[in-house]
Design a protein around this ligand. Structure first.
Ligand code: UDP
Length: 323
């Protein structure tokens, strides 16, 4: 049976991979994206497909969708620290007002509504690994607050609509994910290091590089999200790769080793901000038990796939430093 699926942020990194998945399995996909960070080129190959529709539209102004809907994936978000710091009000709006519009559409149509929340709801965590039961350590007025609190508010709104209106809600908490279709200029650590390797530039480590992240490849994440979307589970459920927890310094070393380039660091840089989490590692036992999901892609393989994508994106201009 063909289902009708709305994906906000569907021209972005995760949303476009999810669009591919659902078109591939025979569903109808409606992408809603205002292209603030999403890019049309991510879905260009789908645009002539008879089961695909693109709406250039800002979800914070409503969701003008008629007819039945089976599933809403609210992926629209300014997910990279430099972008959400540049657009703080838009970031707060898309997690709050945008989520409200998704939930209203779900309420009208009976669709399941899945919200892309984040490991940032744990803030700078005082326990590791982070379980879903941990409430977090978040600064509500700090440099990451526009992102963290918009996602925390979105989670609260999802919970309220489930309890007050019986909406079939599902909260995902996504940990650092990387892969093809990330913007080369989004400032996140994997893309930054890979672009620096491509251009033969020194690697930029913020602070002493002892902060940790756990890196999950996008294909693994899409597998987890689609399994979760097919259930009625409310979440929150962690998605990430606990086996790939490493310091940022180790990531720099691994990246240079994979591509056989010498490890050269830029002059010392300050920490990105004072609330930059020191450690981040998901406990994914809930997803393992409920969905039978475990990420499988080794870091080296994921880095090579992402490098190939960025190399083709930047082309020969990368070497001149003028993309
Ligand atoms: N980082 C870094 N160099 C860079 C980009 C990021 O050292 O060029 C650090 C950043 O300060 C943070 C970690 O890498 O401690 C992960 O940053 P990212 O922006 O990828 O995502 P976050 O997990 O902080 O949302």
């Amino acid at each position: 049976m063909t289902r009708r699926i709305v994906i906000t942020g569907g021209a972005g990194f995760l949303g476009s991979h999810l669009s591919d998945h659902f078109i591939g399995r025979g569903d109808e996909v409606i992408v809603v994206d205002n292209e603030v960070t999403g890019r049309r080129q991510n879905i260009a190959h789908l645009e002539s497909h008879p089961r695909f529709t693109f709406l250039k539209h800002d979800v914070t102004t409503g969701l003008p969708i008629d007819g039945p809907v089976d599933l809403i994936l609210h992926m629209a978000s300014l997910a990279s620290p430099p972008f959400y710091k540049k657009y703080p009000v838009e970031t707060l709006d898309v997690g709050s007002v945008g989520t409200r519009h998704c939930l209203e559409l779900a309420r009208r149509t009976g669709a399941r509504c899945v919200f892309a929340s984040t490991s940032e709801v744990y803030g700078d965590p005082l326990e590791s690994p982070q379980r879903e039961s941990y409430w977090g350590n978040v600064n509500p007025i700090g440099p990451r607050s526009m992102y963290d609190e918009s996602k925390r508010y979105g989670e609260a709104l999802m919970t309220a609509y489930r309890n007050a209106h019986g909406v079939n809600t599902g909260i995902l908490r996504i940990f650092n994910t990387y892969g093809p279709r990330m913007r080369w200029d989004d400032g996140r650590v994997v893309t930054s290091f890979l672009v620096q390797v491509l251009r033969g530039e020194p690697l930029t480590i913020h602070g002493d590089g002892r902060q940790t992240r756990s890196f999950c490849f996008v294909a693994d994440l899409v597998d987890g999200i689609t399994r979760f979307a097919a259930t009625d589970h409310p979440g929150p459920m962690n998605f990430g790769n606990p086996d790939n927890e490493m310091t940022i310094r180790t990531l720099a070393e691994r990246t240079c080793a994979v591509f056989g380039v010498p490890l050269v660091f830029s002059p010392p840089l300050p920490r990105q901000d004072e609330n930059d989490p020191m450690q981040r590692r998901p406990d994914i036992s809930l997803a393992q038990q409920v969905l039978g999901w475990t990420p499988a892609t080794p870091l080296d393989e994921g880095l090579k796939a992402t490098y190939a994508y960025l190399a083709s994106e930047l082309g020969s201009d990368a070497k001149r430093g003028q993309p």
